[in-house]
Each structure stands twice: as C-alpha cells, then as structure tokens.
Design a protein around this ligand. Sequence first.
Ligand code: NAP
Ligand code: MG
Length: 482
Amino acid sequence: MSDTAKNYVNGEWVESETGETIDVQNPANPSETVATYQKSDGSDAKEAVEAAVAAKAEWANTPGPERGRILREAGTLLGQRKEELTDKLVAEEGKARGEASGEVQRAIDIFHYFSAKASDLGGTVKGASGQNTNLYTREMPVGVAALVTPWNYPIAIPAWKLAPALAAGNAVVLKPASLAPGVVIEIARALDEAGLPDGVLNVVTGPGSAVGSEFIENEGTDAVSFTGSSQVGEMVYEQATDAGKRVQTELGGKNPTVVMDSADPAEAADIVANGGFGTTGQSCTACSRAIVHEDVYDEFVDELVDRAESIDIGPGNEHEMGPQVSEDELNSTLEYVDIAQDEGATLAAGGGVPEGDDVEEGYFVEPAVFTDVTNDMRIAQEEVFGPVVAVIKVSDFEEGLDVANDVEYGLSASVVTDDHTEANRFVEEAEAGVVKVNDKTTGLELHVPFGGVKRSSSETWREQGDAGLDFYTIEKTVYDSY
Ligand code: NAP
Ligand code: MG
C-alpha cells in the first residue's frame, strides 16, 4: 500500500472536498503505485487562494532577511533529505538516478540562492531634481502568485518559481503536475518545518483544468507563472491576461544544434546525444534537430548512431536512460517515429520498444536517430517529447542558420564550430532565448536569466537569477519632501 498525500492549505494537511484521489504509477514498472494524491477541484483551489490572500500582508511585512532565513532553512532540510527526494523523483518521473539527484541538488541550491537575495531586496535611491526631497524606489511584492508546473522537472521548476516568489514577499498557491507531485509536497513540508507562516504557501494537487484554472481566474491571485506545453500555456496566457493578471509562460521547444564543417564529428555527436537523449529527451531544451554540414554529415551520423545504440536503457536507479513518464508520452513518441517514416525520413537507429526483463512493463523507448530529414517534415517542426533526433543536411553556415530559425519555437540553440565568426553570428542571429557555442542545448545555470522567444515563451518576464525576482516584484517610486 502506498501513502495518500494531502493538500497543504493554510498550514494544514487537508483532504480534498471531492473525496477523490489520483494514483501515481512508477513509469518503469506501472503496476507499482508509488503514491496517492488528492484529486482536488475548483473549490479546494478557492480555499487555497483565500488562505494566501489572508496571509499575504504579514509575509510582505516580514523583513527580507527573515524571509531569507526560512528559505535557507528549507533548503538545508531538503539537503538532508536528498536521497529520499531522489528516490521519489526516480519512482514518479522515471529519470535516471544521476539526473534526478542533480535536479534535487538544483532545487536545494535555488533555495539557498534566493535566501541570500531576500536580504538584498529594497530598492534604489536617486538624486531628486529639487532640494529637500528623498527620491527612491521600494520593491514591493505583487501579492498572491499562482504557479502551475510540469512533470518533467518536477522539483527544479517549482523551486525556481517558488523561491523567488517567497523571497520577494508574495504568498503562493501552487499546482504541481499530476504525474509527479511528490517532490513538491516535500518542498511544502520543508518550508512548513522551517517556520513559513500559515497560508503563505498552499499546494493543491488535481487536474490542471480544475485546480489550475481556478488559480488563474480567481480574483485573489495577482500573478500567474506557468511552465508546460505551448498548447496549454497559450490558453493559460489568454485566460490570465483576460483576468488582468501579470503572467509569464515558458513553453515547448524544437531546439537545434548546428554542426559545422570545422567540428570534430565525434565531439559534435557527444554534444547532440547528451542534449537529445539525456532525461529521455524529456527536456524543454532537448536537442531534437541536428543540422549538419554536408562535409561532416556521414561521419557525424555514424557517431550519433553509435551513441544511440550504446545507451543503457532501464529503470532509472540502475540504468543510464529511464522510461518516458507515461503511456501517453511513450505512444506520442512512437507515433512520431511512424509519422517521420511515412514522410520519407530514414530511421537510422532505435525508435522501437526495447526488450528484456528489466524493460518488460515500463514505458521505455530506444533513442532514435532520423536521417534524410527535410525541415518541412513534422519530425523537424513539432515538439516530440522523447529521445528522438532528426538530422538535417545543409551545405553552408547560411543554410544551417536559416534551417535552425525556420520553426515556430525558440527556446535553446547551439552551434558546434571552430570558426569565430560563425560562432558570433550564431549568437547574434539564432532565434532562441538561450544560445550556446560548442555545448549542448540542455543544462542551465541558476543565476542567469532563462526563457524562450517565439512560441516557446510569452516573452514577458525571464525566470531565474536576478531576473527571476522581477516577475514577483513591483517597484513603487517615492518622492519624500521635507
Ligand atoms: P502540460 O500538459 O502543459 O501541463 C503543465 C501544467 O499545466 C500541469 O500542472 C498541468 O496539470 C497543468 N494544466 C493542464 N491543463 C491546464 C489548464 N486547462 N489550465 C491550467 N493548467 C493546466 O505540460 P507537461 O506535459 O506537464 O510538460 C511538458 C511540456 O512542458 C513540454 O511541452 C515542455 O517543452 C514544456 N516545458 C517547458 C519548459 C520551459 O521552461 N520552457 C520547461 C519544462 C517543460 P496536469 O498535470 O494535472 O495535467
Ligand atoms: Mg502533458
């Protein structure tokens, strides 16, 4: 029997009014129920917002250093529970243990980073035009922040929204993804034990359409931060702006790595394989298109196929690549494998369901490499949220750049080249919020801004680093004459 977790509302662990629950299965072994969560609805969400509204003034008036102390303590508690959190993350989301443990560490680091930032908030002083006037700004919290998060980084993404929201003095309502909510429940437990006042954080599990919608539309919330698919995110953006909220959405990607003729094909294949197959291809920044110069194309393809075929697939605790998170996600990847072949692409590696005792039951897929891809194919245009890389041949840098930019998404992009001019032109002209030279498209540092352009983002506010605080802060300008 697994545990039944409760919602965290107004400092209490409570059951949903629906009386219904959601089971979370282990994607490596779906007959195992990992945990059970509340299947809440709009009325549970309303109560959570009421608690946040009631708590926001006291939290806003709590000195920044004291808010920071609570965040620091919560980060330390999460650090003490790192193994347990990693177990939960592997069991619910499926990723490989090293990836899961790195993600948990990232969440801990984020709490510590923003705990220090909480002391630095205040504002700036400027010289006034007249005498006897103090002219300055004060950084104020926005009020109540509504956070809606995806399953693929189920602890890092909630942490990178929640920590700056709390540091800046906001109360929060948070709806984690239904496929992997366990680690967010653990964040709430750590903050509760660290002394966060009742009602400042409220976590409600349940379907996005019920709980998420209520958070977004309820007049008690002031800002909405959403990360997830473009399809849902674009709806959320409209709903939130119609309701007059401050909103940021970070969405899907179709991220390219351009490999130029000066690149070492083996190194380029390492970069693409890491970016494309890491986290089972389930990163918003995953490389899904390798755009390769014709002079190194054949060698690059051989190297990439080698890497795809040598990946050790199985349950995340013991293997290099875990399963996809759910049957739906697996089926969606397998469907794209069929679509790509129907469109005329060549399946050069993987793309099937692996066989063996370890992988019998789970949602495993072999990392796939497609060649003979043209950029108009669906496999080159649509986000495939699995370990699938489409290789596209180009004859020069101009064509590579054009192909890289010829998609509706713009999250992350990289180039592999020894040519300084190409590198700099790519940095300048690639249509992406994150650009990398001689590096994979995935992997982010926590102290610099993150966000996409085009259909990957609302382009309203960046997340992470100093920029991450801006979304949760309003500047008030004070003219104080005496
Ligand atoms: P999703 O299906 O869009 O869900 C994201 C969140 O929205 C979940 O909590 C979901 O709840 C909720 N939701 C669903 N319908 C809703 C509605 N009508 N109103 C309000 N909330 C709703 O995305 P996902 O499958 O979890 O995550 C994968 C996607 O996220 C990929 O497209 C990936 O590229 C993107 N992503 C982007 C970034 C980035 O920073 N750009 C980072 C990571 C992931 P339920 O879980 O209950 O359905
Ligand atoms: Mg989804």
